[in-house]
Unconditional design. Structure first.
Length: 363
């Protein structure tokens, strides 16, 4: 009579020690006990299809799970395709009500348990998973792109482009920094030379609404008579659409702008400072498993003395060649409503277009 009771107590104890919430079929409990080994060294992930993966859980962000396997390399898996996660490492986990918990992670039976917390959350309320402060390096991702087009013979032409995309993600905030530079020389004469760099810091209040305490942008294009343009502002944003395939968020806010001109007529101001307001839209679409499309747009209201309202748009496609190398295609449009005249009285054109082809490497 005592043996069945002891066995029942042992099963209950084992379930509690594993932080399992929700009821799991006996077959899954047996499968888990057989499959999972060295839980203190590896993270384990079970798909809805019944497949198990062993490796390291890097992050969950925008309903995408990044998982690194020694054999399969880096995998990007839809959140809805995952049934169970067992990780003994410390993670920073954010839920839809704004709660952030730190500790080991157990996802099973449609519920999430973090560390030894008595609280449990539904899997559908999980917003993000990021490395804890002890694994800070894993929170960063860096992508560098380089493109070149060389022509020799009757025409000596060199086109160079470089880009960098830096992201830092935690359970409650994100830091995004991007930069793009282009230079074109034709028969030793420079015909294009511009740089655009921007950065944003966002704090997520909910899974859809975020506040932007600060953002900055630097722009340089002597052919638009802009030696340096600095923009510093703040704002907020909201995800209009947030699915596994399509993400679309918009943002807006006030800003301060300072423009330094390359060449102006005698007696004209060489710089201008003013307040402004910006609106932006960012859309990402997973067209194929190896092809991602994006469209970014920003409209900045500004005084005519600084060049007037400015628009910037980028339409691009990123095609996976390997796990770490992408072929990036981008069409960029810049528009300035009231370009400031040069010293000789000539007025730069309002629109600039460029097509960029580059190889991107994820570090």
């Amino acid at each position: 009579m005592h043996y069945p009771l002891c066995l029942l107590a042992l099963l209950i104890s084992t379930s509690n020690n594993a932080n399992t919430t929700g009821s799991l079929p006996d077959t899954l409990l047996e499968e888990r006990q057989v499959v999972i080994k060295q839980a203190d060294k590896y993270d384990w992930l079970r798909l809805n299809s019944g497949e198990w993966l062993k490796g390291e859980l890097k992050s969950l962000y925008d309903k995408k799970v990044e998982f690194e396997s020694d054999i399969l390399d880096t995998l990007i898996i839809d959140q809805e395709d995952i049934y169970m996660v067992i990780s003994g490492r410390s993670h920073s986990v954010r839920f839809n009500d704004g709660t952030v918990q730190q500790g080991s992670l157990n996802i099973s039976g449609g519920y999430v348990v973090v560390g030894n917390s008595p609280s449990q959350y539904r899997y559908q309320d999980l917003v993000s998973i990021a490395p804890s402060a002890e694994d800070e390096l894993s929170a960063w991702s860096i992508k560098v792109g380089v493109g070149a087009n060389l022509s020799r013979g009757n025409t000596e032409q060199t086109e160079l482009s470089a880009s960098v995309d830096i992201k830092r993600r935690t359970a409650s905030n994100r830091l995004l920094i991007t930069a793009l530079a282009d230079r074109t020389a034709n028969d030793d004469k420079v015909t294009e030379n511009n740089v655009r760099a921007n950065g944003t810091f966002d704090w997520f209040y909910t899974s859809s609404l975020y506040f932007r305490p600060v953002f900055f942008e630097y722009y340089r294009d002597p052919f638009q008579n802009i030696d340096n343009k600095y923009t510093l502002g703040a704002g907020f944003g909201y995800y209009l659409i947030d699915t596994d395939k399509l993400e679309w968020d918009i943002g807006a806010g006030p800003a301060y702008q300072r423009t330094e001109f390359s060449d102006v007529a005698a007696g004209q101001d060489t710089s201008n400072s003013s307040t402004s307001f910006y609106f932006e839209s960012n859309l990402d679409y997973e067209w194929r498993t190896n092809v991602d499309l994006k469209f970014d747009y920003r409209f900045t209201f500004a005084e005519n003395a600084s060049g007037g309202n400015a628009q910037h748009a980028l339409a691009g496609a990123s095609i996976d060649i390997t796990n770490d190398i992408d072929l990036d295609l981008s069409l960029v449009w810049d528009h300035l409503a009231s370009p400031v005249a040069n010293a000789d009285g000539s007025i730069p054109k309002q629109d600039d277009y460029k097509m960029i082809v580059s190889l991107g490497v994820e570090l």
